[in-house]
Design a protein around this ligand. Structure first.
Ligand code: SAH
Length: 446
């Protein structure tokens, strides 16, 4: 065991303190810039070392008491010990640095839009279950880079309705002797529990990820759970028999209620099923979409492409003010949800295409006025971006969940486009994740 004394000078993109030690770099959980500590070096990975704080000597003025004792160990909340105002400043700074360093962009980055109460926002919770040595059932979050479950009774960032349900599931499993899954030998029934909550409606979905449908005692288990928690409006079984890290399997059966819940974003209602993608912060998503859509001067004349559209949320909201919206999404079930969502909200000036966004735009002969793009963390690709350039799309709204890939893609566009607006929005308080809205406009000379 090697222990060194070091000082953090920066934060990594994963929110860990960056400590320089001779020629080496050590990433340390829960160590903030300016802080000095004794650090245990744990392991090397991809050219850097990972370490943990053994003793703190110098404290940052931004250090606060975390709400959750295991906040750094579970790998979920890198920033719970970091004052919220400092988190927002850091996120703004990182967007600024990435854009400048990788794309030479000097456009002002507006201060990251935060939450009034940056806790208990997550509308989706997913936890693994396992058996402890003493026979009790445990659940929680995996310790970072491992499959060791850190038990958590009350998570500080998830919707408050989730924890009591999880606790009672544990008690019921113990009482009814329902075996939990054993990762090593593949035996047992219950693997994970996923809880999705609606912000605008009193609706809660519980998904039991199990190895076989109709396990012994299933009906009694469901009845007992619903009796204890009448706030649960639906329970779905998802069968996953594969020896894999992927949580959800392919077979689903509704065990109780309608099998889905609904929630609203900016006045429209969306259906959420067990596996559909839905933004996890219901309060911030309204701010994010408002910022993005306010950048378009709608006059009911625009044809808009909503690329990487998920269940169609941004496009459906844009359709209220545009002439025509085309949404493209590669995931089949999200695409089907999007079609349902359009029907449910009586939106008729929108079309949904299930395709790779780059393939679609490259072969599309519709005149597009605005392209809204919201790609996954890996960003967009050369084919998509060069098509934007070739088609001389006048306005691009780029919604990004990764400042580095955003900056890389903007660098690719930079001979043809000016960045006119940059606004980070904090979708994931207490974590190092950063969401940004950018507007780009075609240079006059292009
Ligand atoms: N705009 C949506 C979803 C954003 S997440 C929202 O705000 O909710 C990114 C989406 O891009 C996911 O739904 C993912 O399935 C989709 N996606 C990933 N790669 C894609 C590709 N190559 N072409 C089209 N869609 C893709």
């Amino acid at each position: 065991m090697k222990i060194i004394r070091g000082r953090a000078t920066d934060l990594s993109s994963e929110g860990k303190g960056v400590v320089k030690y001779g020629k080496d770099i050590i990433f340390v959980d829960g160590l903030f810039p300016g802080e000095e500590a004794d650090i245990e070096i744990l392991y090397p990975r991809a050219g850097v070392y990972f370490g943990k704080v053994v003793k703190l000597h110098l404290f940052s003025k931004d250090r606060i008491q975390p709400r959750c004792k295991i906040c750094t160990a579970c790998g979920g909340c890198q920033f719970q010990q970091f004052a919220y105002s400092a988190q927002l400043k850091y996120k703004t700074q990182r967007v600024k640095e990435a854009l400048y360093r990788m794309a030479n962009v000097t456009t002002e980055v507006l201060p990251c839009i935060g939450m009034d109460n940056p806790y208990n926002y997550r509308n989706k919770v997913q936890v693994p279950f396992a058996k402890e040595r003493n026979g009790k059932v445990k659940y929680g979050f995996y310790k970072e880079n491992s499959h060791i479950i850190m038990p958590v009774k009350q998570c500080a960032i998830e919707d408050k309705r989730a924890s009591p349900i999880l606790w009672d599931i544990k008690l019921l499993l113990e009482k009814m002797n329902i075996p939990v899954y054993n990762e090593d030998n593949g035996h047992g029934i219950l693997r994970h529990v996923l809880i999705r909550t609606s912000y605008h409606y009193p609706e809660v979905m519980v998904v039991l990820v199990i190895t076989k449908l109709n396990f012994p005692g299933q009906r009694n288990f469901i009845n007992a759970l619903v009796e204890k928690h009448p706030e649960i409006t639906t329970i779905v079984a998802n069968v996953n028999t594969r020896r894999t890290n992927v949580v959800l399997g392919f077979t689903e059966k509704v065990l109780y209620g309608p099998g889905k819940i609904k929630d609203d974003i900016l006045g429209l209602t969306f259906e959420i099923s067990c596996s559909s993608f839905f933004q996890i912060n219901p309060i911030q998503v309204e701010k994010l979409y408002s910022v993005a859509l306010n950048l378009i001067d709608f006059s009911k004349k625009e044809t808009v492409l909503d690329a990487y559209s998920g269940v169609g949320t941004i496009g459906l909201i844009a359709a209220k003010n545009a002439k025509r919206v085309i949404s493209v999404e590669s995931n089949k079930s999200a695409h089907l949800n999007a079609i349902e969502n359009a029907k449910r909200n009586n939106v008729n000036n929108i079309e949904f295409i299930c395709d790779d966004a780059s393939e679609f735009i490259a072969n599309c002969d519709i005149e597009l006025d605005v392209v809204i793009m919201d790609p996954p963390r890996s960003g967009s690709d050369k084919k998509f971006l060069s098509t934007l350039i070739n088609k001389r799309i006048k306005k691009i709204i780029y919604v990004s969940c990764n400042p580095e890939t955003l900056a890389r893609d903007i660098a690719f566009l930079s001979d043809y486009y000016n960045v006119t607006f940059v606004q980070p929005v904090d979708m994931f308080p207490m974590t190092a994740h950063i969401e940004t809205v950018c507007a780009l406009s075609l240079k006059k000379s292009s």
